[in-house]
Design a binder for this molecule. Sequence first.
Ligand code: DC
Length: 236
Amino acid sequence: MGIPKLGPVIAIDGPAGTGKSSATRHLADVLGFIHVDTGAIYRAVGYLSLERGIATSDRVDSVRAADLARSVHLEFRRIPQKNPANRIFADGRDLTDFIRTPEVSMASSRVSACAEVRAALLGLQRRLGCVGKTILEGRDIGTVVFPDADVKFFLTATVDERAKRRLVELEASGTDSPSFEDVKAQIVARDHGDSTRAVAPLKKAEDAVSIDTSTMTLDQVVKLMESIVRSRLGLS
Ligand code: DC
């Protein structure tokens, strides 16, 4: 049975650094859809797991991580005067500015491999996708969270290009920048973890449209996706 939805759902999956987040944000703006960044949900759980000693960057206590995922109240709040305006709160605490460090990236990848953590976060993602016209981005949106999404995309890019983009982001955020080789190694490690885990591994849904963004500008990616969505959904 399909998941009851109040509006069309667009699923955007793919590994980190493919331009998924920026493309999703812009696409949501041009189409007037709600943007749900499911990675921020896993990152919030990863951050709290580090803080509480439930995870390190290379180990996680899956029982405690699942307890945490089940008990924490996660929500997105829009705060227009902040950048980004779409903020993730855990039990009323705004974690948005702390969840993009390399350490949290690795911890979120570890916690996201726990089946019970994924099960605990599934309902929240579905509820967020059912409230109206939504675009959800993640790793398993088109395969697990909304297998009946109205339009599905799978973004890819070469590892070198993704490492280059990630380095630019880290430099812009003022974080102490690691070397290109370190960033690349981390991307390869995270890809490996995300795509070989037993539960909901990163993989393209059969009916997803693949877009290789390696040589495309953000604007080109957004325009391509917009034209596909408009034609599939019959929007003018
Ligand atoms: O998209 P991101 O890099 O912010 O995601 C952080 C981690 O969360 C990533 O390593 C994989 C995991 N994730 C997931 O397993 N499923 C999702 N739907 C979204 C993210």
